[in-house]
Design a protein around this ligand. Structure first.
Ligand SMILES: Cc1cc2nc3c(=O)[nH]c(=O)nc-3n(C[C@H](O)[C@H](O)[C@H](O)COP(=O)(O)O)c2cc1C
Length: 398
């Protein structure tokens, strides 16, 4: 279920025999690349241990409302805000009653009161408890409110009875929750983006770098994430905040960037190289700060070529789509086409960096999208809008 990628799901487990099935629910969300946090009522912890849930979800399990530790950061409000969807599975008759009354006497009920996201509820109980008129009244109240019901199903029960009250199957539950999230253009695709400049050290206090701000790469990361992509940025030194739900690795030099790319590239479907990687680096790094010379007015620093990250990835690629940027000052399209063929890229995005109002360090850009078969100009727009166009183009053309 690709549309679950990056989504924040809070799974609330209450005290019932079906609590063990919550483990399978976690597994299904995890394989769909959702991020999952678990909240357990006190009774739930008698049926399955928080340790199991922690190990499966990869996150600390939330259990207490009145915990001084979590509440220092207003834990219940934070959890409610964090959630894109809340799922209560299994939900006991007792919890249904408390939620219907709008009570807030434990962490789960309080989080549900504070939440503005959809709340899914999968009841699980003995058929007589389910059929009880008070349970029915309470459950109907919840459905009239912001709760979305899943099941229960009919069938054989743990206590030996037959009838309605069985929790729906984990697969069915996860499928219903996933329907809330629309499928993005790159849903479930793993996208690696390099961004920003590199710094090539001359001595402990000096380096060679360039004017790249990283804005284009970061904005593309947001656009890919918004379209359901699982995004990682390898970033040179920039003054930008890491976009939410995006993994970021910081590097300085071209060599460090190359090393990190090579280390993780095999996990990705799409590689977008927006980083302005220095073509050259000082041949020798001086361990001590270079002193100003009294009699000489010229200082020579020999530069050697850096390895071409984009070219090396594109040449060795198998399934991955490789997209490069070309910052040109003349014959933009012609030079970009040459680069596309020479580096064996799937797409090159070319812009004119001689125009100071676009490209480097600017919030706007105007580019050509060039593949072996197509050529498309995108007139000057914000990097945000351009990023959406580029992700759209990648999804539809590659
Ligand atoms: C062995 C056992 C199994 C239980 N199974 C269920 C169940 O499947 N559904 C249910 O609603 N209550 C069940 N209960 C009762 C709840 O655990 C009890 O009402 C508890 O207070 C629920 O607390 P919670 O809603 O805060 O999790 C069971 C109790 C025991 C002792």
């Amino acid at each position: 279920m690709k549309q679950l990628a990056n989504k924040h799901i809070l799974l609330c487990v209450t005290g019932g025999i079906a609590a063990y099935k919550a483990a399978e629910i976690i597994r299904l969300f995890k394989t769909s690349n959702a991020e999952i946090k678990v909240l357990m009522t006190q009774a739930a912890q008698e049926f399955i241990t928080p340790l199991t849930m922690q190990a499966l979800s990869g996150n600390l399990v939330h259990t207490d409302l009145l915990s001084t530790e979590a509440e220092a950061a207003m834990g219940h409000i934070e959890l409610a805000r964090w959630s894109d969807a809340i799922l209560i599975a299994p939900c006991s008759a007792n919890s249904i009653a408390k939620l219907a009354e709008g009570r807030g006497d434990d962490l789960m009920t309080t989080v549900c009161l504070a939440a503005s996201c959809p709340i899914y509820i999968a009841p699980a109980m003995n058929q007589a408890m389910w059929a009880d008129s008070r349970t029915q009244i309470n459950f109907n109240k919840l459905k009239e409110n912001k709760f979305i019901s899943i099941g229960p199903d009919a069938g054989e029960q743990a206590c030996g009875d037959e009838g309605f009250g069985r929790m729906s199957e984990p697969k069915e539950i996860v499928k219903i929750v996933s329907k809330k999230f629309s499928t993005g253009l790159v849903a479930g695709k793993k996208v690696l983006i390099t961004a920003g400049p590199t710094r090539e050290k001359i001595d402990p206090v000096r380096y060679i770098s360039n004017r790249s701000s990283g804005k284009m790469g970061y904005s593309l990361a947001e656009a890919a994430r918004d379209e359901g992509g699982i995004v990682t940025i390898i970033s040179g030194p920039v003054e930008l905040k890491t976009p939410e739900k995006v993994t970021r690795y910081d590097v300085e030099s071209a060599d460090e960037m190359m090393k990190k790319v090579n280390e993780i590239i095999d996990q990705f479907d799409i590689f977008i190289a927006t980083a302005a990687v220095a073509d050259y680096k000082p041949e020798e790094y001086q361990n001590q700060k270079i002193k100003k010379k009294e009699k000489e007015s010229i200082l020579h620093i020999d530069l050697i070529e850096n390895k071409d990250i984009l070219k090396s990835i594109a040449k060795n690629k198998k399934e991955i789509k490789v997209i490069g940027f070309a910052a040109e000052t003349q014959d933009i399209v012609e030079n970009a086409k040459k680069k596309l063929l020479e580096k064996e890229l799937d797409l090159i995005i070319a812009n004119d960096v001689s125009d100071k109002t676009i490209g480097f360090d600017s919030d706007e850009n105007e580019v050509y999208l060039i593949t072996k078969k197509t050529e498309k100009k995108i007139d000057k727009v914000s990097k945000k809008k351009l990023s959406r166009n580029i992700i759209n183009f990648i999804a539809k053309n590659l």
